[in-house]
Design a protein around this ligand. Sequence first.
Ligand SMILES: NC(=O)c1ccc[n+]([C@@H]2O[C@H](COP(=O)([O-])OP(=O)(O)OC[C@H]3O[C@@H](n4cnc5c(N)ncnc54)[C@H](OP(=O)(O)O)[C@@H]3O)[C@@H](O)[C@H]2O)c1
Length: 348
Amino acid sequence: MDTFDRHVRAWHITSGAGIDGLTLRTHEEPPLGPGEVRVAVHAVSLSFRELLVARGQYVLPVKPDVIAISDGAGEVVAAGPNAERFRPGDRVVATLFPDWLDGPLTPERLPQLGGTLDGMLADSVVLPEQALVPAPSHMSYAEAATLPCAALTAWNALTGDGRGVYSGQTVVMLGSGGVSSWAVQLAKACDARVFVTTGSSGKAARLRELGADEVIDRHGDWPSAVRALTGGRGADRVLDTAGTVPDSLRCLALDGHIALIGAVSGDWPPLDPRALFATAATVRAVAVGSRAQFEVMNAVLEVQGLRPPIARIFPFDQAREAYRYYESENPFGKVVIAVRPDAHATPH
Ligand SMILES: NC(=O)c1ccc[n+]([C@@H]2O[C@H](COP(=O)([O-])OP(=O)(O)OC[C@H]3O[C@@H](n4cnc5c(N)ncnc54)[C@H](OP(=O)(O)O)[C@@H]3O)[C@@H](O)[C@H]2O)c1
């Protein structure tokens, strides 16, 4: 029986208010409507988007005083009228775009958690059940919480263009962040040859453990290094999380593919259309992915037994410390906030 006598603790943020603007508040628990479920959140994970929201630089709209963070996992504790996909006790992950179930991204499918909709940095949330997928059975809540943005973006960048990566192709990831480190593992699952650039020499061994075949210094001439390592041919696909499309084009094979994902460098250098013609390149902007893509990816994660690297887990009350650590330390692996103490326990 769902009751109204409990309260919810949630961290709120306003776009541009900075990490110090994160504010912990207590609310009355909202009622459950038709098709909705209540989820006891166990873990959330930080992605670059959360820093962009704090800095007022996120590309999509953010409502004032939103409950922060798009990515979280938890347990269904109550189901509203007509909710049929999930039952209390189910372990679930929220999708970043709750209305994007399948097909292409459309304006109606753009509302996003931790943006125009309240996010997951709360001890309990109410969501339409359509906005959830089952958590992979081998993952802790902390691991599952890394999937909605980082992993799904990597999966979409590798497979969502209709052609996809296939065995023996060369794929380049830029940096060792959340998207890239998931992409390394997922591209290996597709039997690709995987190159990763990094600015941190200490991360090379960790990237090789994840499956990288070659780790390249990004402070050097990495496009030439990619060409040399492919006998001059170039890479079939580059996952550009850095905002360096001209460089990505320099290392691309003829008829290659660039998944345009982000700009951690903070810059978008001008793009010469002649460089596109010279490589007959396809450049596709990626926006996370749909629930249908999420479900296919989770099947791959289960079969392969893949897990994300996790750098550090902070308790719920230290959300600001988690953001600051993520922003300043450039860690290898995801930064997670444990909303409940068992966030990283092995599932039964
Ligand atoms: N379009 C979408 O749907 C979508 C979804 C998710 C993320 N994104 C975007 O993708 C980017 C990565 O996100 P994320 O969550 O994976 O970030 P992240 O986990 O914070 O990763 C950042 C990593 O990028 C590398 N890096 C830092 N500065 C760099 C520079 N100047 N040039 C090249 N690499 C640099 C670093 O790796 P090393 O220390 O190894 O060098 C760093 O660890 C962000 O721009 C984000 O907004 C877009």
